[in-house]
Design a binder for this molecule. Structure first.
Ligand code: ATP
Length: 318
């Protein structure tokens, strides 16, 4: 199943799971709409041909959903009954940490094997260097920021570009470096309004006529990106500020080659872990090697920001 927020590459992961199961001559079923579909018995048999021509598609052909019913024991009982009825004896969940939390609770309650594949654009999951969809989202964000840069420099304007990341600044930091942003504001580091003003003032004095500030959704420097832009305009009247919120476009689109390959590797690993009798694990990639992480650890611990990349951002904004 795919569950929680969609991300580009979920289809590629699904394809890899289904094809690996076929390779080992086992049976496979797809569950529509995440845990909600499982509770409602929305389950379909899948074989190698069911997943042709989906590796390049964004979104998820199995659809995804958030399910409040699965948060209740009654909901999870129904889910378990449906799995037993369909003679399904293991579950692979492609999703984020919420989906893994649900999977872990379910696995413990019913002693049911569950493996997680990290599919989320935020890259905020511990135990894997990359999640499926993150690379594509980064590239989408950089493409759009490049376009905004054209208008910013034509009009000598300051643009605040908000990218996704309520709790993690991976997209903001890396897209900001990739697009040559003057400042990058992320939830992990509160830059403070004074430092932002000083830095923008310094850029202006050094001769810059336009600037891009990339702001993660969850940044704490201002109330929100509009307040932030207003504060800067009020205090630095030389600047004409505009706000652009990239929003859901970052979740869509065809997955990058990196995400397709990552998803394929993760799908194969997930099935092979189950064949080896393993459970309650998340598949991850570390130093270009496939790894298996305890699901509980993946949920509870934080994926920390690479300090070296933070330093690059600082040096580039000179
Ligand atoms: P994203 O990172 O994109 O938000 P996610 O997988 O973290 O994806 P959530 O909405 O947090 O998305 O979780 C997906 C689903 O997992 C929830 O709708 C719910 O059905 C299930 N889930 C999450 N937390 C729990 C929990 N504590 N108990 C049972 N089920 C849960």
């Amino acid at each position: 199943m795919t569950s929680g927020g969609d991300s580009p590459g979920m289809n590629a992961a699904l394809r890899a799971v289904v094809r690996t199961v076929a390779y080992y001559r086992l049976d496979c079923a797809g569950i529509y709409r995440g845990y909600q579909g499982l509770i409602e018995g929305d389950i379909v048999k899948m074989d190698a041909r069911s997943v042709h021509h989906i590796i390049q598609k964004g979104g998820t052909i199995l659809k995804t959903a958030r399910s409040n019913e699965f948060r209740t024991i009654e909901g999870r009982k129904k889910a378990h009954e449906n799995l037993v009825e369909e003679k399904i004896d293991a579950l692979i969940v492609i999703g984020g940490d919420g989906s893994f939390t649900g999977g872990m609770i379910f696995s413990k309650e019913f002693n049911f094997p569950v493996i997680g594949i990290p599919g989320t654009i935020d890259n905020d999951i511990f135990g894997t260097d990359f999640t499926i969809g993150y690379d594509t989202a980064l590239n989408t964000a950089v493409d759009v920021i490049d376009k905004i840069r054209d208008t910013a420099s034509s009009h000598n304007r300051l643009f605040f570009v908000e990218v996704m990341g309520r709790h993690a600044g991976f997209i903001a930091l890396n897209a900001g470096i990739g697009a040559g942003a003057e400042e990058i504001l992320i939830p992990e580091e509160d830059m403070g309004l004074d430092r932002l003003l000083n830095s923008l003032e310094k850029s202006r004095r050094s001769g810059k006529t336009s600037s891009i500030v990339v702001v993660a959704e969850g940044d704490k420097t201002g109330e929100n990106v509009f307040e932030l832009a207003k504060y800067v305009e009020d205090n630095l009247p030389q600047y004409e500020a505009r706000v652009s919120i990239l929003g859901h476009m970052q979740r869509g689109g065809s997955p990058s080659c990196f995400d397709r390959v990552l998803a394929s590797r993760m799908g194969v690993k997930a099935v092979e872990l189950l064949i080896d009798g393993k459970s309650n694990l998340m598949v991850g990639i570390q130093n270009n090697q496939m790894v298996a992480i305890d699901l509980e650890k993946a949920i509870k611990e934080n994926h920390s920001m690479n300090k070296e990349i933070l330093r690059i951002a600082e040096i580039m904004s000179v």
